[in-house]
Ligand binder design. Structure first.
Ligand SMILES: [Ca+2]
Ligand SMILES: [Ca+2]
Ligand SMILES: [Ca+2]
Ligand SMILES: [Ca+2]
Length: 436
């Protein structure tokens, strides 16, 4: 079981966002009439048409020509023996599979007409793409497009890794060596009885160091107004979610959760192979730890329903990303993603065909037409000269990308600057700054 004591040590990439999201949700619920929602959708449709052409399946070819660059194939870890094939009728898909020696693994749930097909005569992993096989599929008159799937290089955006990057030490040692008291001399705030509540300074500034400005997320007045995440469903797309954790299970929503790595309904992380598979659970805890249960701390949206999709603990193809970004799309309000292409200062990469379509589906159809809120961590490659404009997930118009600020309100050394950053929230800073 993850100790949430550790949660407070790590980045809080979504805290401010959740407040922001709630405000947006509230605004949408309370002030927008149906007519203005449809007006919004019309405006959006116009924008999409301009950006991408008509995204209806009949014009798939047009769509296809618009986005083929920078989908990560130049950095592919390996190519697989699976193809996504867009065929307009089910019978044609079965016929095609039978004729060309593929196994039809079925239609993707949120993408009518898109079939996952496996070529068992092709190696499961291969260094190079099988362009001739893709071309053969595309030559069938019923096939609108076919994409061979490949494994993308994905990095969890986690300040724990940053700390290891700088110096190979443990967080606690760092604070001991630097004679820092992680939590300062805390004042008393009895709002919540959870043992770590007083240490969550970013939600109620309890720090006493005179050099620090008074600041926090100003979330207490929002709580007082009754906005606590109640009625909002948030899904963390990551390496899993330990939903049996005592501080998460009451808020866990199984119907918005699943496992795309093992293809089952349970996103419980596998710690055996990768002990760092706690990232998704930590993110979920920051969002929706239960309040006033005398366990661990308090989530920024402590009454929200929380779900998890396990998708980073295995090969991450466009199919996996696409299915994740529209997982249970008819029930979800907010998807939260704290990962992306390598922040190495040398990578330019954006969503592939299915992931991009998924985002468009989410923002046009999600939340009964008001649009899903996609929250994205802006990236940690500042020290490598990386720029979040080179990351097509954060810079996508369909995502809210969120950067970091140190406990003194400064831009941190690992941060990335770009025009798409919508907001920042407290996180780790330089050596003498507190970590979250
Ligand atoms: Ca599972
Ligand atoms: Ca708690
Ligand atoms: Ca980056
Ligand atoms: Ca964005």
């Amino acid at each position: 079981m993850i100790n949430f004591k550790s949660v407070t040590l790590w980045l809080l990439p979504f805290a401010l966002n959740l407040v922001l999201q709630q405000l947006v949700l509230v605004e949408c619920k309370s002030t927008r009439k149906d007519s203005s929602v449809s007006g919004l959708n019309q405006a959006l449709d116009g924008l999409l048409l301009k950006l991408y052409g008509d995204i209806e399946p009949r014009d798939e070819i047009l769509w296809n020509t618009k986005h083929a660059e920078h989908v990560g194939d130049d950095n592919a870890i390996h190519y697989s023996n699976e193809w996504l094939v867009y065929v307009q009728e089910k019978e044609a898909a079965d016929r095609l599979a039978a004729q060309s020696g593929y196994e039809n693994l079925g239609e993707l749930k949120e993408f009518p007409g898109v079939y996952l097909m496996r070529n068992s005569n092709h190696p499961r992993k291969h260094k190079r793409s099988a362009r001739e096989l893709t071309q053969q599929l595309q030559n069938y008159p019923q096939v609108v497009w076919a994409d061979q799937q490949f494994s993308k290089f994905r990095v969890k955006r986690d300040p724990l890794d940053l700390i290891h990057l700088v110096q190979n030490f443990k967080v606690d040692n760092f604070f001991r060596q630097n004679n820092l008291n992680i939590f300062g001399n805390l004042g008393t705030n009895n709002r919540f009885q959870d043992p770590l509540w007083e240490k969550q300074w970013y939600m109620q500034d309890t720090r006493t160091r005179k050099s620090l400005p008074r600041l926090d997320l100003n979330v207490l007045p929002v709580f007082s107004m009754g906005y606590t995440g109640k009625g909002v469903k948030v899904v963390v797309l990551d390496d899993g979610l330990e939903h049996s954790h005592m501080d998460i299970s009451p808020n866990y929503v199984a119907s918005i959760s699943g496992d795309l790595n093992d293809n089952d309904n349970d996103p419980t992380p596998h710690y055996g192979s990768h002990p760092d598979n706690s990232h998704g659970t930590r993110c979920a805890g920051e969002i929706a730890m239960v309040a006033n249960n005398s366990v661990c701390g308090v989530g920024i949206a402590y009454n929200a329903g929380i779900g998890g999709v396990r998708m980073l603990d295995g090969p991450v193809s466009d199919r996996v990303e696409g299915e994740a970004l529209s997982f249970a799309v008819d029930q979800v309000d907010v998807y939260s993603a704290s990962w992306g292409p390598n922040d190495d200062g040398q990578t330019v990469e954006g969503p592939g065909r299915l992931a991009q379509r998924s985002l468009i589906k989410g923002i046009t159809q999600g939340r009964k037409g008001k649009g899903i809120i996609y929250v994205w961590a802006s990236g940690n490659g500042g020290s490598k000269g990386d720029c979040c404009s080179c990351d097509g997930y954060t810079s996508s118009i369909f995502t809210l990308s969120i950067g970091s600020a140190s406990e003194s309100g400064a831009f941190p050394w690992y941060g990335e600057k770009c025009p798409s950053t919508m907001a920042v929230t407290y996180s780790s800073g330089a050596y003498t700054d507190q970590k979250l």
